[in-house]
Design a protein around this ligand. Structure first.
Ligand code: NAG
Ligand code: NAG
Ligand code: NAG
Ligand code: NAG
Ligand code: NAG
Ligand code: NAG
Ligand code: NAG
Ligand code: NAG
Ligand code: NAG
Ligand code: NAG
Length: 376
């Protein structure tokens, strides 16, 4: 796909949010979304927030072609940043991805494929500006990978699978991380599949399958509709922006049209969980912060801005009240209209300082064992 048609695909996806007429249950086999109902087009998002949350800088995609009044032939690589990627070190390998072919690879997946299996060294995959329209899967055999983008407004990975097209929700994520010690910085993850339409079963489109092992996301942007960050990872999201593309619901309606997370912790023995610190949640729809994909689902939001799209109850037990005893959903020092806790479900925890401290820093993901050596 050319950058132009890509922009178009992204815009179509954005437009689809506004054009969708109803909320359907995109996860029918699990019967989870409540109060499914038909409404006319009603847009109840906070528009200033949407503006803030669609930051993609399309100009970056065209800058290679701007070479006025220079007599010599123009190469698409003329603007390739000099001295990039940074040199390899004793403890890192570096691979470079540029969609114009100005360095090692033109696709992110090709770089992932080239990472040695079970490497002890960290491999930094340096991804130049652009929208990489591809599905990216990091297999279990490739720990210690870093995706380093050039800023979440200029580097993105986008794909358009749905549960139907991918043969199951678990495979619909645009980016799927099955390996441990993964880091992503300064990059966007998007699913640009059209928002589900009435009667279209299997349309659920997830974005980030954050599964297995310890992961660190910093300065990222993640866009999707239902359970758009899901899996059983132990992950810290710092300074990340989550944009809901879920269908708007009628004012006053109690319908739910999406959820940010579906964390998959299955037993008390697992130490997985998602922690969001210094993040923001905005966009469209009327959504939950999380729902309990499995009984011991664990998610914490701290110091996070939440727009008014968060339903007052905030969270959902997947229609299984026995999970109320085992799920761990906590909030700490969040702000914004969606962070008002007066209507929250009884099982959500208002974390005190001691409880919250476990989730607020890289020690949540044992960063001292693997993260700081690279991150300094
Ligand atoms: C990298 O390895 C070389 C040779 O073994 C060594 O001299 C150098 O100090 C190492 N550098 C770092 C930063 O560890
Ligand atoms: C990537 O490109 C650099 C610089 O041209 C080169 O040294 C390196 O061998 C390439 N790596 C791979 C895996 O192609
Ligand atoms: C990694 O292992 C897989 C499966 O054994 C193999 O197909 C692939 O070529 C290996 N990749 C590298 C870069 O060694
Ligand atoms: C790479 O991952 C392995 C575990 O799979 C870990 O033991 C090792 O310390 C990691 N290396 C780095 C540089 O983080
Ligand atoms: C992200 O990019 C911005 C500017 O492009 C830079 O200031 C910032 O340090 C980067 N952050 C990370 C974690 O790479
Ligand atoms: C994804 O986009 C491609 C290219 O536009 C299209 O052919 C394909 O049908 C789309 N897939 C889905 C599930 O919408
Ligand atoms: C989809 O899943 C079914 C049942 O597991 C399997 O038979 C089929 O081959 C799968 N199709 C694809 C395209 O993976
Ligand atoms: C949140 O971000 C602010 C400003 O970027 C920073 O000063 C603060 O330390 C961060 N807090 C946490 C808990 O990461
Ligand atoms: C929180 O919500 C309750 C119930 O809707 C409302 O009475 C209260 O004023 C809200 N608090 C804030 C700080 O907005
Ligand atoms: C925080 O909450 C825990 C669990 O309810 C409790 O044991 C602890 O005493 C509290 N700590 C503070 C400082 O309030």
């Amino acid at each position: 796909m050319s950058p132009k048609s890509l922009c178009f695909a992204v815009l179509v996806a954005i437009f689809a949010v506004f054009a969708s007429r109803v909320v359907i249950n995109p996860f029918p086999q699990l019967q989870v979304l409540d109060n499914i109902a038909d409404f006319g087009i009603t847009i109840s998002f906070s528009s200033s927030f949407v503006a803030k949350f669609i930051p993609f800088n399309f100009d970056n995609l065209h800058r290679h072609h701007k070479h006025p009044d220079k007599g010599k032939p123009v190469s698409v690589c003329d603007d390739f940043p000099p001295n990039f990627p940074p040199p390899e070190t004793n403890t890192t390998l570096t691979l470079c991805v540029d969609q114009n072919g100005c360095c090692n690879f033109t696709k992110v997946q090709a770089a992932v494929d080239a990472v040695p299996n079970l490497s002890i060294k960290r491999t930094v995959i340096w991804i130049n500006s652009g929208i990489y329209y591809e599905k990216v899967i990091i297999p279990k055999t490739k720990p210690n990978i870093t995706f380093q983008g050039q800023g979440y407004t200029s580097t993105a990975i986008a794909w358009n699978d749905t549960a139907l097209s991918a043969n199951g929700t678990s495979y619909s994520g645009s980016v799927q991380v099955f390996s441990t010690n993964f880091i992503a910085k300064n990059i966007s993850f998007m699913n640009v599949a059209p928002i589900p339409r009435p009667g279209y079963v299997g349309a659920q489109a997830d974005t980030l399958h954050d599964d297995r092992g310890r992961h660190y996301f910093k300065d990222c942007y993640i866009q999707g509709s239902v359970d758009f960050i899901f899996g059983n990872g132990k992950s810290l999201y710092e300074d990340c922006q989550m944009l809901s593309m879920a269908n708007p619901v009628a004012p006053g309606s109690k319908s739910i049209s999406g959820a940010v997370t579906a964390h998959g912790r299955a037993s008390a023995d697992e130490n997985s969980g998602f922690a969001f610190v210094n993040c923001s949640v905005g966009g469209t729809g009327r959504i939950w912060l999380g729902r309990a994909w499995r009984p011991f689902s664990r998610v914490v939001f701290a110091f996070t801005y939440m727009a008014d799209i968060i339903a007052p109850e905030g969270w959902n037990n997947f229609k299984d009240p026995t999970r109320d005893q085992t799920i761990f959903y906590g909030e700490y020092n969040c702000r914004g209209a969606g962070a008002n806790m007066s209507g929250r479900t009884p099982y959500v925890q208002r974390l005190n300082d001691t409880q919250a401290s476990l989730f607020l820093s890289t020690s949540f993901i044992d960063g001292d064992q693997w993260l700081l050596s690279y991150d300094t």
